[in-house]
Design a protein around this ligand. Structure first.
Ligand code: AMP
Length: 594
């Protein structure tokens, strides 16, 4: 069939395969409500004999009304006893009629550990389906992507087994290790410079080094550069800053750095490596310059855009990305989680602040809890269906998945920006209860509070207490790091806390933070050492005066536990007496602490 015979309302497709994908998007979004009804009926009928659905006496009903009247809305903590039974080896159909194939470890935590999301094998197909829609949409806006390659920094993380023998690993690790990824068919529009062997190496240094080396060899072919999160792409740039001499040496000599010991990488790199003096000279001359502005376009001159998530907490990295790339377009393609992949951006070249994700109604059954920050938490009777959300309103996302999560609160707050056909489009507003985030870590107020409490115990022998504190995610350094401002009450000035003990306080805070934070510090190198800045006495009173001068009510004033407003940062930084960093890494192993 001629390609233009399949011309999509989204635009003329680049090839026949794209035409089918675009047509699929059209069909799904045109009949969003009917698709949702079918998805719910499928989920309820196949899982009708599960312990979970039997508990609520659905009696085989698969319609929305019965579902809505009988099934409660839940959080992860509500499901935790069930999840632990599955993790401990109970193979009976508890949540899903299909066997749980593995657990996906979310970057959201519960009691300090990653949440475990049960999944079933066929979910991989559903994720793959969403991935297969991304390039057809991109090709509408950016022709010629089949003429070159993508330099994407992709990584696997460590995996563990639950006591019952199921694998527990992040969703992307699961995907990259699957045949869906490893044996994917050649697609001229989606060719990566990174070999699978480099992506699949669990050692983050060796993986990054070999991916960077391949990207440098193919610098003229690279048309797009990416990572999952903006923080990951900046880490790659930082890696180049630290390692360009060794990389250039390998290119000059056609040999591979001995630090790369992974045998699969060594044998695949043997096919890539060749002495290239001219390229080595070029890398050395660009990287030895003091000014790294536009380094991305200097080294990869044909790059048309960056593909990284810059929505939500990642928006803090936009200025740095612009600096290194000379303001290249930043493309956010999809919105997904360990629980479920949700949807995609149908207008990928838009500005980051305008990104909206269209939820694909075939991925799960979606409901929306109106989010009214000042009203008491709403119950499940307030849940709204996908096609019934209203433009301009904010909602919390609630999902019912094929793997057996029923009316599960994801914790993301979304704002409706419009519709594509009858499928709503959402701006990602924020994740609930996140105070600090550098990479995939998410620290809430309670976690920060208990970290401060634990660390401040070290001050007891100095008869010193922390009278006030606040925090800041400092992303000016790469990797970024947490900064905690402490105002101390030193009762005996002749015995004030030493520099060493304040450094130990930094580490004690890190030890108290959740496992995603500690993994970022230890395994992924994605978070820098925590910093405590001790401020002068009276600083927090000045902070309050400032807030009141800007209209805050004196009776209701609360110390903000996280700050990022420039005048406040300036005030705090101008009162700093000393600053201290963790001198070693916190404890972290892939095994769970509990
Ligand atoms: P995880 O469960 O670790 O895979 O993290 C999933 C969470 O990451 C989501 O629930 C969102 O809070 C966040 N997230 C995923 N995709 C995006 C996106 N495109 N923009 C902003 N936040 C995102």
């Amino acid at each position: 069939m001629a390609v233009d015979a399949l011309c999509s309302p989204l635009g003329p497709p680049a090839c026949e395969k794209d035409a089918k994908a675009l047509q699929f998007i059209e069909e799904m979004t045109r009949s969003a409500d009917a698709v949702q009804e079918r998805v719910l009926a499928e989920i309820l009928s196949r899982n009708s004999d599960t312990e979970y659905l039997r508990r609520y006496n659905l009696a085989g009903a698969t319609d929305r009304e019965t579902f809505k009247s009988k099934i409660p809305m839940v959080t992860y903590e509500d499901l935790e006893p069930i999840i632990h039974r599955i993790a401990n080896g109970d193979r009976s159909p508890i949540l899903s009629a299909h066997p749980i194939s593995e657990f996906l470890t979310s970057s959201g935590t519960s009691a300090g550990e990653r949440k475990l999301m049960p999944t079933i094998r066929e979910e991989l197909d559903r994720r793959q389906l969403l991935y297969s829609l991304l390039m057809p949409v991109m090709n509408l806006y950016m022709p010629g992507l089949d003429k070159g390659k993508g330099l994407y920094f992709l990584f696997v993380k460590s995996e563990t087994k639950t006591p019952g023998g199921l694998l527990a690993r992040p969703v992307l690790t699961s995907y990259y290790k699957s045949d869906h990824f490893k044996t994917r068919a050649f697609d001229p529009y989606n060719v990566y410079t990174s070999p699978n062997e480099a992506i699949l190496c669990p050692d983050s240094f060796q993986s990054m080094y070999s991916q960077m080396l391949c990207g440098l060899y193919e610098r003229q072919q690279v048309l797009r550069l990416g990572a999952i999160f903006a923080s990951g792409l900046l880490r790659a740039i930082r890696f180049l800053q630290l390692n360009w001499r060794e990389l250039a040496h390998d290119i000059r000599t056609g040999t591979l750095n001995l630090k790369i010991s992974d045998s699969d990488i060594r044998s695949c790199m043997a096919r890539v490596l060749r002495p290239d003096v001219e390229l080595a000279d070029f890398i050395e001359s660009e990287c030895s310059k003091d000014n790294w502005e536009r380094i991305i376009t200097r080294i990869w001159p044909n790059t048309k855009y960056l593909e990284v998530i810059v929505t939500g907490a990642m928006a803090q990295y936009i200025p740095t990305l612009d600096y290194y790339s000379g303001g290249l377009p930043k493309v956010c393609t999809m919105y997904a989680s360990s629980e479920c992949y949700f949807g995609l951006n149908l207008n990928p070249m838009c500005k980051p602040s305008e990104v909206s994700y269209t939820i694909m109604p075939n991925m799960a059954y979606f409901e929306f809890l109106p989010h009214e920050p000042n009203s008491p938490s709403a119950g499940s009777d307030k849940l709204v269906d996908l096609v019934d959300v209203e433009v301009g309103k904010e909602y919390e996302l609630v999902i019912t998945t094929y793997a057996g999560l029923c009316r599960y609160r994801v914790g993301d707050i979304l704002r409706v920006t419009g519709f594509h056909n009858s499928a709503p489009q959402f701006h990602f507003v924020r994740r609930k209860n996140v105070l600090l985030s550098i990479d995939s870590d998410k620290t809430d107020e309670a976690e920060l509070q208990s970290a401060v409490e634990n660390a401040s115990k070290l001050l007891n022998t100095f008869n010193t207490t922390v009278v006030e504190y606040t925090s800041y995610a400092d992303t000016k350094t790469i990797p970024g790091h947490y900064v905690i401002y402490w105002e101390l009450l030193v009762k005996d000035p002749t015995n004030s806390p030493t520099k060493e003990v304040l450094e130990q306080c930094c580490l004690a805070m890190e030890e108290s933070l959740n496992s995603v934070y500690r993994q970022g510090r230890v395994e992924c190198n994605s978070i820098g050492a925590l910093e405590i800045r001790v401020v002068k006495n009276g600083t927090f009173e000045e902070l309050m005066d400032y807030a009141i001068s800007r209209g805050a009510s004196i009776n209701q004033y609360k110390v903000p536990r996280c700050v990022n407003f420039t005048p406040i940062m300036e005030l705090l930084d101008s009162r700093v007496l000393s600053n201290h960093f963790s001198q070693s890494l916190p404890h972290w192993t892939p095994e769970r602490r509990r």
